[in-house]
Design a binder for this molecule. Structure first.
Ligand SMILES: [Zn+2]
Ligand SMILES: [Zn+2]
Length: 502
């Protein structure tokens, strides 16, 4: 077997890892580059020939893992796409939505290009192309072994990150030698609303693991949700609105789940909550349909007759007209809208109407990638550009980091500690440079043989020995020089060690 890292390698977005077993090519995820990565990498070209891919195993529906599937299809891929049932259903609405966004953005760019006398561009893919690619999808349940061909079988384990999200546990048999490869996908936080905790996998030879928060510790999910109640109270007293830019799929439903409980137990009274995102509305229906994938608490709630996505004062605004009405509201509204990183969609209108007002609040509830409008606001920009207009940032800005859908540093380590024996190598993907370097150092200090995978890099079993052997030799050598006992030498050596570990 051989692994080529072609996405989310040295960055967060664009997840795509190509696994070669015998004469078969299996793609693990086919994500889109977003934010800063989108500017540095090219979403339009693959580092392989799409029609040569036999299978695509999809970890979950987020666009940074699934977003280039319609393009893969457009460029000739006709193999099988295998995902969990819920991932398949979510992809149906998310990819089509993504196609619409591509079309709209290209139209906007083309209008500008036309005025300059330049030739018009094609969208990455259309909504129609997204719809067509859905014919290749096959949905499977969690935990069931699926044999794709002689010598390769795998199963989905619940990753607790998004409805339908999965860890991919693979068994590869080549010439009678069995290798177990585990791909974490995106790993969830413990005790998240609605979702189960990430499944502990007990053994693996090689592990590909995400490292989004390899250098961070989150607050506690529940405490952050509690803080949201206070923010809503204070903002309403000031006479403003609470704007929540939220991923339409996943985070929106988790926030609704929490607000539902606060409304039901009367901690929140007379609150109007608007969900202003057609995608979020469709996704909420899919969540309802897949309630058997919810955690026990949520299932008990439903059995008692409480629909977590329905409460007094909750309004779904589907049409453009309804959305425009929400824009006119000056105070007393909680507005949940997408996209989560404020790059597209109706959220931009709500920010335009509220960001400049002292009375309003903007509450971030998810990861903000470098280079996005959301990240700029979180990082304290005083002014931002929305629809070409400069808008002052006067509203109170909150970043509830505990609400992340990703495991933090401790969560990642505790998941790795679930392996009864340390895997032969840990391959780090899906993280920004600082986070990965810090996490890699921590893992090496804990005795793991970990590596940060770079874009275009290849990994073969056994390779870890050569690399670690050389590294360990140098590290031992450095330790012996340390006896020289001078502070400067110590500092210098530490620096070299750090370099080597990164
Ligand atoms: Zn994800
Ligand atoms: Zn991701």
């Amino acid at each position: 077997m051989k692994l080529d890292f072609y996405g989310a390698a040295g960055c967060v977005t664009g997840s795509s890892h190509l696994l070669k077993v015998k004469d078969k090519r299996i793609l693990l995820d086919c994500g889109m580059y977003q934010g800063k990565d989108e500017k540095e990498k090219d979403n339009n070209t693959f580092n392989f020939i799409p029609k040569d891919i036999d299978y695509l195993i999809l970890s979950h529906a987020h666009i940074d893992h699934s977003g280039r599937i319609p393009l893969l299809y457009k460029q000739g891929f006709k193999g099988r796409i295998i995902a969990t049932e819920a991932t398949k259903d979510l992809c149906e609405v998310m990819l089509e939505d993504s196609g619409h966004i591509q079309e709209m953005e290209t139209e906007w760019v083309n209008r500008k290009r036309m005025r300059k006398g330049q030739a018009s561009l094609e969208p990455l893919y259309t909504a129609k192309m997204a719809k067509l690619s859905m014919y290749l999808f096959e949905g499977y349940p969690y935990d069931k072994w699926i044999e794709l061909f002689d010598g390769f079988k795998f199963r989905f384990r619940d990753a607790g990150h998004l409805l339908g999200s999965a860890i991919i546990e693979m068994l590869i048999d080549e010439d009678g030698k069995e290798t177990k490869l585990v791909y974490s996908g995106d790993l969830g936080n413990k005790d998240m609303p609605i979702l189960r905790d990430p499944t502990i996998v007990e053994n693996a030879d090689y592990v590909i693991i995400e490292s989004t928060y390899g250098n961070k510790l989150h607050g506690v999910f529940k405490n952050d949700l509690k803080q949201l109640v206070n923010i809503i109270d204070e903002t309403f007293k000031r006479g403003g609105n609470v704007i929540i830019p939220s991923f339409a799929v996943g985070r929106t439903q988790e926030v609704l789940y929490a607000l539902n409980s606060y409304v039901e137990n009367k901690e929140l009274k007379n609150v109007k909550v608007y969900v202003d995102s057609p995608l979020a509305i469709e996704a909420t229906e899919i969540f309802d349909y897949h309630s058997n994938d919810f955690d026990e608490d949520t299932q008990v709630l439903i059995e008692k007759g409480d629909d977590p996505f329905e409460f007094e004062g909750l309004i779904f605004s589907k049409s453009t007209e309804e959305s425009l009405e929400v824009n006119k509201i000056k105070k007393g509204a909680v507005i949940i809208s997408a996209s989560g990183m404020c790059e597209a969609g109706r959220i931009k209108h709500h920010l335009k109407h509220n960001l400049w007002r002292n009375e309003s609040s903007v509450v971030f509830v998810g990861y903000q990638a470098e280079g996005t409008l959301g990240r700029a606001i979180v990082d304290g920009a005083e002014k931002v550009k929305i629809f070409g207009e400069e808008i002052a940032v006067n509203a109170k800005i909150y970043n509830l980091e505990g609400l992340s859908g990703h495991a933090d540093r401790n969560g990642l380590v505790s998941w790795l500690e679930g392996f009864k024996e340390k895997p032969k190598a840990i391959l780090l993907v899906h993280g920004e440079k600082e986070s990965q370097e810090s996490f890699n150092k921590l893992l090496r200090d804990k005795g793991y043989n970990s590596f940060i995978m770079k874009h275009g890099e290849t990994f073969k079993p056994g390779q870890e020995k050569e690399e670690s052997l050389v590294k360990n030799k140098i590290i031992n050598l450095l330790d012996s020089i340390k006896d020289l006992d001078s502070i400067e030498v110590d500092l210098l050596l530490e620096k070299i060690k750090e370099e080597l570990n990164s």
